[in-house]
Design a protein around this ligand. Structure first.
Ligand SMILES: NC(=O)c1ccc[n+]([C@@H]2O[C@H](COP(=O)([O-])OP(=O)(O)OC[C@H]3O[C@@H](n4cnc5c(N)ncnc54)[C@H](OP(=O)(O)O)[C@@H]3O)[C@@H](O)[C@H]2O)c1
Length: 289
């Protein structure tokens, strides 16, 4: 089995690479940075075909995206190009090569009025990021057998990543106080567990939309406090704030989060609780001390 990870340099792509290697899956990874990756830019459709020609993948894991939500709001044309048109072109290549496609989608397809959401709930993205990701999801799901894994607040110990837990660790290390929204609810998701669950779904031949998130439905401040407890940080360095006070360019879905009954039925398990994954990160941090 050969897998192609588009966006192998990212947080989720890195976790997918490690999971594929552990499963002895032959893996090709892309990035726009070189450094041992195949070059692929979703904004440059001509760069996609040569990568497929080289990798001839059975499985394509599309983890690339323009992920900076406020940047997408400021530049919606680029967001649409990278998050929707690019994935549509990837789906076309998958059709040619008979590859199974997995698209990484987001809870931002919802407006956050009434979460947590099931897979069948009506979508209503609030932001350019959410709209572009939904368009990308739909383009990918038009390919027979494709899977869209919707996820949220993905975290891991990854020095190259600006994920929420790394921001917390870096701010704490720098002695900087941190304001954290107490009105944004969702399900924090540990990247290695996300990667493992998605590979399991793909191996079982699952298709369509699956929510793949952690089991805890928390606001971001509560999650920060859990992380502080796991890492032995004084919780006083984080303070709760309303999202509106942050003055961000893009609106956030507030009462978001995703239900995982469909995932549990398919895999006979849910992802482990955040407290357990945060303890794992605490163990990794000790190795760096
Ligand atoms: N992180 C979250 O909390 C979260 C939540 C919901 C959904 N998701 C989805 O999960 C996926 C992975 O997220 P992540 O956390 O791993 O993001 P990330 O760490 O920001 O990584 C983004 C990846 O996308 C690649 N990329 C960016 N622009 C690109 C372009 N124009 N062409 C090709 N590749 C490009 C980057 O590669 P280079 O810059 O090296 O080229 C990098 O590998 C994304 O689809 C995201 O929408 C993430």
């Amino acid at each position: 089995m050969r897998a192609l990870i588009i966006g192998a340099s990212g947080q989720v792509g890195g976790a997918l690479s490690s999971a594929c290697v552990r499963r002895r899956i032959e893996v090709y990874g892309t990035s726009r940075r070189g450094q041992g990756y195949l070059f692929l830019d979703l904004a440059e459709p001509a760069t996609i075909a040569p990568v497929f020609e080289k990798a001839r993948p059975d499985l394509v894991l599309l983890a690339s995206a323009m992920t900076a939500v406020d940047e997408c709001e400021r530049n919606p044309e680029r967001a649409a190009l990278v998050n929707a048109a690019g994935p549509a072109a990837v789906a076309e290549e998958c059709r040619k090569y008979g590859s199974k496609l997995v698209y990484f989608s987001t809870e931002y397809v919802f407006d956050g009025a009434a979460g947590p959401y099931g897979e069948e709930d009506p979508v209503n993205p609030l932001s350019a990021y959410g709209r572009s990701k939904l368009e990308g999801e739909r383009a990918c799901l038009a390919l027979p057998g494709a899977l869209a894994a919707r996820t949220t607040v993905v975290y891991s110990h990854d020095q190259d990543s600006m994920n929420f837990v790394m921001q917390l660790i870096n701010n704490h290390r720098a002695g900087l106080p941190m304001r954290v929204p107490s009105d944004q609810y969702s399900n924090p998701t540990y990247a290695p567990e996300l990667a493992a669950a998605v590979l399991d779904l793909a191996a079982k031949g699952e298709s369509g939309v699956y929510n793949v998130v952690g089991p805890d439905w928390l606001n971001r401040y509560e999650f920060a406090l859990q992380a502080c407890a796991a890492f032995g940080f004084d919780p006083a360095f984080v303070s709760p704030v309303e999202t509106a006070a942050l003055g961000q360019a893009a609106p956030r879905p507030l009462r978001a989060g995703l239900k995982t009954d469909k995932l549990a039925a398919a895999l006979d398990r849910r992802l482990p609780p955040a407290a357990e994954s945060l303890r794992k990160i605490a163990g990794i941090m000790k190795q760096y001390e």
